[in-house]
Write a protein that binds this ligand. Structure first.
Ligand code: OXD
Ligand code: MN
Length: 648
């Protein structure tokens, strides 16, 4: 397998930018090579790191014993060179149909986040997870004791980077230098991870430069690993699925991930930092780190921002980039996955998107479902596990009308694939595009604003084929927190779950809580004491079906009609009726102009039988999973709802 220096030397002849990089490599940025614990720093300047950061790196060099060290500066030349190294390794191949786009194929055993192997490590188990009822398996996270984590780290990381380059990535979650942003240092032996982190976060020297000795940073250690028998099955995608482990130690602001190179397992800024460690920092500092998109919506020249939590693969990216069908509306995108939100000194809730790119689920994205994403992703993008077309492009389920009829298709595993006869999907259901947010044609002008955007409303949503109305407004803050806590949705391809089951996914955060969910609820409830300007909260469900199994609502751009109703509620318009489950639109109060065949009554029907069952599932879930840690306010919400339906 070529090493960084080798790959670089050869590719140096193919472009002046790489040529410059070559020179830089030979001289190092200070004209001489450095060593760290006896290991050569073959690229970048170790002196840009603070002493604390350097000492963290030194510790990990001692542990992992890499062949070389590369300190990422985030430059274009560095990126070009890494991409050419990845190409030589066979990890990625170019997609000549587009500009600077690449296709990566993973080891088929490494295609999703692995929740069962993801742990939070605290002294006390109850700091991480509520105690489930005896005999019930807890599903609100996995706990590990510190000694166990230390042992697991030594077992896996000792010498794990032998013959590999260790990349050191200083990165910022949120705009560099913003008081709402946080910094991390990721160490990894995967150049694919470096290239992806460069898209998904802000990396390099600019970040290192804003750090002082007082800057706290999240320590992120990652290795793709090597199986215990030493045999790397697929050299272009090394991994160790048997021993994969993703661990978080909130107390030390530390993440350690071993064995997987894929998505949230390896791009540690995303789920591990921005949500799991982020939520623990947020609890301590009094703010919220949430699995939410952020969008701006303008109606008649008035702009508002909305944050929305949906479980993975429920269309967050589609909503964040929606093209409204109603005239006079404009949606702009701040972020599609994560929101960090806090109340400012004027009591206004403000949010930043801590990310810098979109790591979107590819299948289902098309010119009809999300034309804006399609305008975003065909340059400077790394696609992973999608199918390839014979004209040098990509293909996935949903793109049937977006490719030439005559092209041949190679599936995500590299095998010929036939539209008519193949029985397996062309693209892996959790295949992804990793693309810079700045390329989105409707990126919000304030998306990098250091003070964040003002949030007027929060939405929760899930895939609910039955029972849950298109939109419901929460009665008050406690009810809003109850709504978030009782969120359920059909399972997702982003995780390892199989089949279509309705899973509890409170706040769309179930795989991402960094601490005990009961304490998380307390934290949300406490927002009421922090401000007199709480945002209004709504539950949406685009996915309700008729008895015949047809979707009752067209979704996509038509969802602006739901947002329109929300905006009118924010203006206190009298367009809502009170029901036991919250406020729903008064008949004829939603703008359905130009839509035919919308069955308002069925979309908003509140079926007592459904709700009896729903409440008893929620109650059982809270009882079994949260037990004593369930805040009383939530228990009361549950009881009062139950009382209503039992009596009707
Ligand atoms: C994601 C997820 O990748 O939620 O965003 O799984
Ligand atoms: Mn997500």
């Amino acid at each position: 397998m070529p090493e960084f220096g080798e790959g670089y030397e050869e590719s140096a002849s193919c472009g002046s930018e790489i040529g410059r990089f070559n020179k830089q490599l030979k001289q190092s940025s200070h004209g001489f090579f450095h060593h760290l614990r006896g290991v050569s720093v073959i690229y970048g300047d170790i002196n840009v790191l603070t002493e604390k950061a350097r000492s963290y790196v030194e510790d990990k060099v001692d542990l992992c014993r890499p062949k070389n060290i590369h300190i990422c500066d985030g430059s274009d030349a560095e990126n070009t060179n890494l991409l050419s190294l990845l190409q030589k390794q066979g990890t990625i191949e170019p997609l000549p149909k587009y500009k600077n786009c690449w296709l990566a194929r993973t080891n088929p055993a490494d295609t999703a986040r692995v929740e069962s192997k993801t742990f939070i490590c605290t002294e006390k188990k109850t700091d991480t997870i509520p105690t489930p009822t005896e005999g019930v398996k807890g599903t609100l996270g996995n706990w590990m004791a510190p000694q166990q984590m230390d042992q697991a780290v030594v077992e896996r990381f000792n010498n794990c980077m032998k013959n590999r380059t260790m990349y050191v990535i200083p990165f910022s979650m949120g705009p560099v230098g913003s008081s709402l942003s946080k910094i991390g240092i990721q160490i990894t032996d995967s150049p694919y991870v470096v290239a992806s982190m460069r898209i998904m976060t802000r990396i390099g020297e600019n970040v290192a430069k804003v750090m002082t000795e007082d800057t706290e940073f999240v320590k992120c250690l990652h290795s793709v690993g090597t199986p215990a028998n030493g045999v790397v099955e697929m050299p272009s995608w090394p991994c160790d699925p048997e021993r994969t482990l993703i661990m978080h130690k909130p107390q030390n602001m530390e993440i350690v991930s071993y064995g997987s190179g894929y998505g949230g397992n390896s791009l540690l800024g995303k789920k591990c930092f921005a949500l799991r460690i982020g939520s623990t920092i947020a609890k301590k500092e009094g703010w919220l780190a949430e699995h939410m998109l952020i969008l701006g919506i303008t109606k008649n020249g008035v702009k508002r921002y909305i944050a929305a939590a949906f479980p993975s693969a429920c269309g967050k990216t589609n909503l964040a980039m929606m093209t409204p069908t109603l005239p006079g509306y404009q949606v702009e995108c701040v972020g599609d996955d994560i929101a960090w939100m806090r109340f400012d000194e004027n009591n206004q809730l403000r949010a930043i998107n801590p990310e810098n790119g979109f790591f979107g689920v590819a299948p289902g994205t098309s010119n009809s479902s999300n034309p804006i994403a399609m305008k975003t992703i065909f340059k400077n993008t790394i696609f992973t596990n999608v199918a390839k077309t014979s004209d040098g492009g990509v293909y996935w389920e949903g793109m049937e009308n977006d490719i030439d009829e005559n092209v041949e298709i190679t599936d995500w595993r590299g095998k010929p694939w036939n539209r008519k006869t193949s029985k397996t999907p062309a693209a892996h259901p959790n295949s992804r595009f990793c693309t810079p947010a700045s390329q989105c044609p409707i990126i919000d002008p304030l998306w990098e604003s250091p003070e964040g955007v003002p949030i007027s409303a929060i939405l929760f949503g899930g895939r609910r084929p039955a029972g849950v109305p298109l939109i419901t407004e929460a009665k008050n803050w406690k009810h809003a927190v109850f709504m978030g806590a009782s969120l359920r949705s059909e399972a997702t391809a982003a995780a390892e779950h199989k089949g279509k089951v309705i899973m509890h996914d409170p706040f769309a955060m179930r795989p991402f809580f960094g601490y005990n969910f009961g304490h998380y609820l307390d934290h949300w409830l406490s927002m009421e004491k922090r401000t007199n300007q709480l945002p209004k909260v709504f539950l949406v469900n685009w996915f309700r079906k008729s008895n015949e199994g047809q979707f009752l609502w067209p979704g996509f751009g038509e969802n602006c009609r739901v947002l329109d109703w929300i905006l009118r509620r924010l203006d206190n318009e009298d367009c809502a009726s009170k029901t036991p489950i919250g406020f729903i639109p008064k008949k004829n109060s939603m703008n359905f102009e130009g839509l035919s065949d919308i069955d308002f009554d069925e979309l908003f029907r509140i079926d007592p039988e459904f709700w009896k069952q729903e409440i008893s599932s929620i109650e059982k879930y809270f009882h079994d999973q949260v037990g004593q840690d369930l805040p009383q306010a939530i228990e009361e919400e549950c009881k009062s709802l139950k009382k209503h339906f039992v009596n009707c």
